[in-house]
Every structure is written in structure tokens, then in C-alpha cells.
Design a protein around this ligand. Structure first.
Ligand code: RIB
Length: 298
């Protein structure tokens, strides 16, 4: 069977995470329980889970010439991700400062660093040259004009494009026109539409003519067809210890599902199982199921 070929044009970060039952208010100092350093960045997370699922993944991005950059590059090799289009730049590797509270909820500040130096020509050339490419994914931790160039090149060769508008920023009409699947979470949906994703009429009228999925955390996700039909899939009940990277786990798994010929509904259902599994462990990529574990979920 031929492999499902996916390209991620996106961010890679080192996640510096503090775990504390209660997070401090402004001016307050509190005792935490744990500090970890782990591989993150929304683009890298989505690439890694797609690779765990069995896809042939190409990562298009930029790291600094520093120790974080060296270890992220080494991690991509360990996972088996193609890094022919991963460059090094003058700015430092991106980092994310993360606080996780006793309910597993997080607050994140990202410092994009080298991620903001990915060049339009780099992204375009990569998308045009990857053999048998079928799905291209992007997020909003890199410059939007780079994503636009990558998606335009992807559509020119007949690929499916998936945009995860996270962290939220206004997305240009030009980028939306070359985006097949838009996958916001409920907060991003609200920012995009100024309406509530829990009211069905807002979902039905979202992006008529194009497909979307709105992820709803512990309530699963809803697929909105181009005609405005809704398909809901609920999430299995789990005890969440850290929700960091769960949305990325969903997006990368869904992309794998589409690239490997699953129905949209089955790809979404697998994405929800993988994302739900990920919240039961700490960290972003460190929480993701292995290929063997994914087989037990599907
Ligand atoms: O979506 C989770 C990710 O957001 C973290 O890994 C962090 O790096 C930030 O980019």
C-alpha cells in the first residue's frame, strides 16, 4: 500500500512547562509541583502525531542554531519525519512558556523566534517538490503569507489543505479561499464568527461551500459539511491531567485519516480518540500515543 504523504508548514518550539495545582495571580508567588522541558509547537506536534499514525511526514520550518534547535531536529529524525525543508536561521528557536493547573488546563505564551523567519520561497519550493504529496497542514504560529504561499502551491498540484487557526488571528479571505478544511476550537470559532459554537444555527451557516470541523474539548467535535450538514462525534470520558497539544493531536490524526483514504467521519472519530488519549498524559508530544497504542484505539 502506498504511504499517505503529508506536509506540515509550521512551528516547532521547546515547551518549558510548570505544573501547579493553583496558578498565581498578578504579583503572587506560589509553589509548583513539576517543571518539564518537552518538544512542542503546534506544527511540530501535528507532524509528530501524523507520523505516529503511519504517515510519511515532511516538516517545513525554521529552527535557531542553538541547543533547542539541535534537539528538536534530532527528535524529528528519531520520529522519522523528513527534514529536507527544515532550515536554521539567525534567530533563536521558538519557545513556549506553559503553565498547567490542577485540572489539566493550560496557559501558554509563545516566543516564535526562528518560526517567524520561514521564507515564502522555502515553503513554496518544498510544497512543489515533495513527491506524491496529498495533504498540507498549517497553523498560525508562523507568518500568514508563508501559509498562503504554501497552500496556493498545494492547491495548484491538487492537494487537500487544512488550516488550524491557532493561536487565533484574523485569517485573510485569500488564505480562506485556498483552505479546504478549517479546524478551529470553540474559542477560535467565537473569535472568527463572534458567535457561539454551541448554537447549531451558527455552525450550519459557518463557511458555506467549504468543510470545517469545530473541536469542542471533552465534548468531541462537530463536522460541518460544505452544505451545512452537521455530524457530531463525542469524546470518550477520560481524566485529563494536561490538555496541552490535544488540539494538535486531533488535527494531525485527522490529516492522516484523509491522506490514507478514510471517510471524513472516520478520520474525525480517530482524531478524537487520539486527542482524548493525549490529555491523560503530561506534555504535548510526550503525551501522544505510539503507533502500537494508536492501533489499540482504532
Ligand atoms: O498546542 C500546544 C502547543 O502550543 C504547545 O506545544 C506550545 O508549543 C504551543 O505552541
Amino acid at each position: 500500500m502506498s504511504k499517505s504523504v503529508i506536509a506540515v508548514v509550521g512551528s516547532a518550539m521547546m515547551d518549558l512547562t510548570a505544573y501547579a495545582d493553583t496558578l498565581p495571580e498578578a504579583g503572587q508567588t506560589l509553589l509548583g509541583q513539576l517543571f518539564t522541558t518537552g518538544f512542542g509547537g503546534k506544527g511540530a506536534n501535528q507532524a509528530v502525531i501524523a507520523a505516529h499514525c503511519g504517515a510519511d511526514v515532511h516538516f517545513i520550518g525554521k529552527l535557531g542554531r542553538d541547543l533547542f534547535g539541535d534537539s528538536i531536529a534530532a527528535n524529528f529524525s528519531t520520529v522519522g519525519i523528513n527534514t529536507d525543508s527544515l532550515e536554521r536561521g539567525e534567530n533563536p528557536t521558538g519557545v513556549a512558556h506553559i503553565w498547567v493547573d490542577g485540572h489539566g488546563e493550560n496557559r501558554i505564551i509563545i516566543i516564535p523566534g526562528a518560526n517567524h523567519d520561514i521564507e515564502i520561497s522555502q515553503a513554496k519550493k518544498a510544497i512543489q517538490s515533495i513527491p506524491d504529496l496529498s495533504v498540507v497542514i498549517a497553523q498560525c504560529e508562523i507568518k500568514q503569507d508563508v501559509t498562503l504561499a504554501a497552500f496556493t502551491a498545494a492547491k495548484a498540484r491538487g492537494c487537500t489543505t487544512i488550516l488550524n487557526p491557532a493561536p487565533f488571528e484574523a485569517v485573510s479571505d485569500e488564505l480562506l479561499s485556498v483552505t479546504d478544511w478549517l479546524i478551529p476550537n470553540e474559542t477560535e470559532f467565537k473569535a472568527l464568527t463572534q458567535t457561539d459554537a454551541h448554537d447549531e444555527k451558527n455552525l450550519v451557516s459557518f463557511r458555506v461551500g467549504k468543510c470545517s470541523i469545530v473541536t469542542l474539548g471533552s465534548q468531541g467535535a462537530v463536522l460541518i459539511s460544505a452544505k451545512g450538514e452537521l455530524t457530531r462525534v463525542s469524546a470518550p470520558p477520560v481524566k485529563a491531567v494536561d490538555t496541552t497539544g490535544a488540539g494538535d493531536a486531533f488535527v494531525g490524526t485527522f490529516a492522516f485519516g484523509l491522506a490514507s483514504g478514510m471517510s471524513e467521519e472516520n478520520a474525525m472519530a480517530l482524531g478524537i480518540k487520539v486527542a482524548s488519549f493525549s490529555v491523560t498524559r503530561k506534555g504535548a508530544q510526550s503525551s501522544y500515543p505510539s503507533q502500537a497504542e494508536i492501533k489499540t484505539l482504532s
